[in-house]
Design a protein around this ligand. Sequence first.
Ligand code: MG
Length: 279
Amino acid sequence: MHRYVRSLPIALFLVLATMVIPARAQQIVKYVRYAEGNSIRLGMLSGDTIRQVSGDLFASPQLTGKTVLLSQAKLLAPVTPKKVIAVGLNYQTHLGERSAATYPGLFAKLPTSIIGTEADIVYPSDAHNLHYEGEMVVVIGKRASHVSEADAKQYVFGVTVGNDVSERDWQRSDLQWFRAKASDTFGPLGPAVVTGLDYDDLLLETRLNGEVVQSQRTRDLIFGVAVIVSYVSRYVTLEPGDIIYTGTPGTTKPMKPGDIVEVELEGVGVLRNRVAAAQ
Ligand code: MG
């Protein structure tokens, strides 16, 4: 009897220890956001199981002990950013004959552009030239203002996959890229945000109806993650959950309603969306 009483604290410690998620970003962890009934939850993806997480994703999240099968969950965009920033013309293969800029070219999308994997990209009724842009997306983990390139990675929580959907005719004709880049559903994001990856060298691939249409490693980014985060932080205070689309490689093609576009980032997963005509 005595022995059992004495070992109780040890048993309790072991149970609690398995519920604490490693706080350090070095560990590879896949986080997802998902709907369960009327509730929106956070989870850690382990194989085909989601382990529910409580608390703030960016400040010591804890496992609740509850699980749900991935096949039973509706995944949502993995984060809800206040700011959606994007870098244009950041791969030489996308620039073609044009010469690279000497600093990152920034533009903005909107939080309302963001949709999750499996949600529809809505083709606006007056659009004619809607393109995919497969991209790696940086998720900020800590408030960042005027951070150096050397320190910038400490402010990165992880990476996810994005599709910087762009209406090329509007991009050319409008005063700004606002409508071309920030319309509703023009920001597919997900399926997971992943910590601990070497995001400076991951394979990024886009498929349109199953055909590979973009394929490049992130080591070919003209301005890498540290440079981008440091540069943006000189002008805009980045906050946990804010995201930065890092740019698309190669060439892009128009999509039409009914198309399926998939963007895959090595170690992160596949972001899959159907293009749907506006109702
Ligand atoms: Mg882009």
